[in-house]
Design a protein around this ligand. Sequence first.
Ligand code: ATP
Ligand code: MG
Length: 140
Amino acid sequence: MATERTLSIIKPDATRRNLTGKINAKFEDAGLRIVAQKRIQLTKAQAEKFYAVHSARPFFGELTEFMASGPVVVQVLEGEGAVLKNREVMGATNPKDAAPGTIRAEFAESVGENSVHGSDAPETAAEEIAFFFSGLELVG
Ligand code: ATP
Ligand code: MG
C-alpha cells in the first residue's frame, strides 16, 4: 500500500479535556506521522463549509455548532494506507460501537461529540487538507 496523507481533526470535546497528547500518541503508536498540525477555532460558517456534505442531515446544526464551540487541532497524518489506518485508530462514529483501544472507545463522549474527525477517502483527504493547510505548511 502506498504512502498517503489524511486530514485529522481533534474535536472541541477532546481539546477541552486536554486530550491532544493522548490522542496524538495513538496515531504515532499506529505508525502514523503528524506532518502538519495547528490549533485553531472555527467559526460556525467555516464549520458549515467543512461539513457541507452533511448539510441535509438532521444533526447538521448541532454538529457545526459543536465544531465551532472551542478550539480544534487540525493535522495531516502520513503513512502507509493512512486514510484507512487512521479510521481504524479512530474507531466507529458511535463510541458504543467502537472497538476497544480505539480513540473513540476510550475518549468519545457521544455519537456527536466523538473526539476526532478523519477523512474517509484519498480524494476527500486531499480536499480537506487543502481546506486547512497551504503547501508551505506541509514539510513532510
Ligand atoms: P467524521 O466525518 O467526523 O470523521 P464519521 O466519518 O465517523 O466522522 P460521519 O457519518 O461522516 O461520521 O458524520 C460526521 C460527524 O457528524 C460525526 O463524526 C459526528 O460528530 C456527527 N454525527 C454523525 N451522526 C450523528 C448523529 N446521529 N447525531 C449527532 N451527530 C452525529
Ligand atoms: Mg465522515
